[in-house]
Design a protein around this ligand. Structure first.
Ligand code: GLU
Length: 454
């Protein structure tokens, strides 16, 4: 049974905020079975959907021609019930309040599912580092942090990377904070290893998504070995998801970027993925990379991967929000896809989620691992980076990787059990219902203890 309340605009998200509206309704619709059993939690939902604080500011910076340019800077401090606000900074031309509120809202539940002491937040700017010189990126980051530094702190709010914010940008922002405050503290995660970063942080989101998939497959008495996998995106998350699938014996048949997809019928090699990593570090495009490769690498301009391959076992959206439509979900189902787990945030449209969830009662469902659970490995290792910073020590790669794997297993178990308790599908419980209810309950109960609702 699907619980779909009518999409009435709610107080926290005026219709001008479509992405935030969508994220709110996705969560609200899956909370319906909880509200039926314990209606008092409706009060908590009313409170939780309004950010504790929104900071919006001007970011003036100088381009290489000596002219002033200006961008919007934002930080959404959404919820601090479980710990300091935590979440990435997105630097992309599409960034606006609707997108950051949706990301910040998702982050609350994701961070709760890691089991660590992390609140939820998100920030960024409509500045894009693509096609910008190193000097321009540095001057932008310094100006951005000049204002942001007034609102963050190791016990207040700890931003990190996201789309467009790599170790380069994190470095420039960290340097500016240190200059302004004369303080060497863990105010950002995703730092380079030499100055407070954590081993496995770059790999964590992609690896964690695949660890989550491993757990889903275990329930089907299956493994990743021999599985035909589609990956979208070609940034940090996609790269390490693809590498982990290949390491575990699966084959990866697609990668994509904002301009198109590359398909390889035989599957990419790890070296291919490392080449794409080098290409993307310079903000290059797959269309150019494919020209340096053989006939097996077929480029599809303007297309996403989901309909380009006839036989698929696993789909991993790892690019951006709303990257799987209802029609594409149906095509994946037809191609035999059994597991879809999001490395991206809100990778699937509501129509796509409805397709996945409608298969739960069938013998061969397309089982859905939502981003707020499946991609929580990134922020989880950010939490481990914060712990290492506080203790002024660095753990080994094997240690961090083992902790990441444990966190993903526990996150899956939590989604599975809570999904079984509240959802409809018993053999294959709804993991999105499980994720939303498990995350919401943890945060709502802490908020009640703090007197935020009663
Ligand atoms: N941007 C990542 C996310 O969406 C990581 C956030 C973090 O490490 O704080 O979860």
């Amino acid at each position: 049974m699907l619980h779909k309340p009518a999409p009435v605009p709610c107080v926290a998200a005026p219709p001008a905020e479509p992405e935030f509206q969508q994220a709110l309704h996705e969560v609200e619709s899956t909370l319906a079975p909880l509200f039926e059993k314990q209606p008092e939690y409706k009060k908590a939902f009313k409170v939780i959907q309004i950010p504790e604080r929104l900071v919006q500011f001007r970011v003036p910076w100088e381009n290489d021609n000596g002219e002033v340019e200006v961008n919007n800077g934002f930080r959404v401090q959404f919820n601090s019930a479980l710990g300091p606000y935590k979440g990435g900074l997105r630097l992309h031309e599409s960034v606006n309040l609707s997108i950051l509120k949706f990301l910040g809202f998702e982050q609350i539940f994701k961070n709760a599912l890691t089991g660590l002491q992390l609140g939820g937040g998100k920030g960024g700017s409509d500045f894009s580092p693509k096609q910008r010189s190193n000097g321009e990126i540095r001057r932008f980051c310094q100006s951005f942090m000049t204002e942001l530094s007034k609102h963050i702190g190791q016990d207040t709010d700890v931003p990190a990377g996201d789309i467009g914010t790599t170790a380069l940008e994190v470095g420039y922002m960290f340097g500016q904070y240190k200059r302004l405050r004369n303080e060497f503290t863990g105010i950002l995660t995703g730092k380079a290893l030499a100055w407070g970063g954590s081993l496995i942080r770059p790999e964590a989101t992609g690896y964690g998504t695949v660890y989550y998939v491993v757990e889903m497959l275990k329930h089907m008495n299956e493994t990743v070995k021999g599985k035909r996998t589609l990956v979208s995106g070609s940034g940090n998350v996609a790269q390490y998801a693809a590498l982990k699938v290949i390491e575990l014996g699966g084959t990866v048949h697609s990668l994509s970027d904002s301009r198109g997809s590359v398909i390889n019928a035989d599957g990419f090699t790890s070296d291919d993925v490392f080449e794409v990593q080098a290409l993307k570090a310079k903000y290059g495009y797959l269309a150019d990379w494919v020209k340096t490769k053989g006939d097996k690498y077929v480029y599809h301009a303007g297309a996403r991967p989901w309909t380009l391959v006839d036989k698929v076992d696993i789909a991993l959206p790892c690019a951006t929000q709303n990257e799987v439509s209802g029609e594409e979900a149906k095509a994946l189902l037809k191609a035999g896809c059994r597991v879809l787990a999001e490395g991206s945030n809100m990778g699937s449209t509501q129509e796509a989620i409805d397709v996945y969830e409608s298969t739960l009662q069938t013998e061969k469902p397309l089982w859905y691992g939502p981003g707020k659970a499946a991609n929580s490995g990134g922020v989880a290792v950010s939490g481990l980076e914060m712990a290492q910073n506080s203790a002024r020590i660095q753990w080994s790669a094997a240690d961090v990787d083992a902790r990441l794997e444990d966190i993903m297993k526990e996150c899956y178990r939590n989604c599975f059990e809570v999904g079984q308790k509240y959802g409809a599908g018993k053999g294959y419980p709804s993991l999105v219902t499980g994720a939303n209810i498990a995350g919401f309950l943890k945060v709502a109960d802490a908020m009640k203890a703090h007197g935020d609702w009663y």
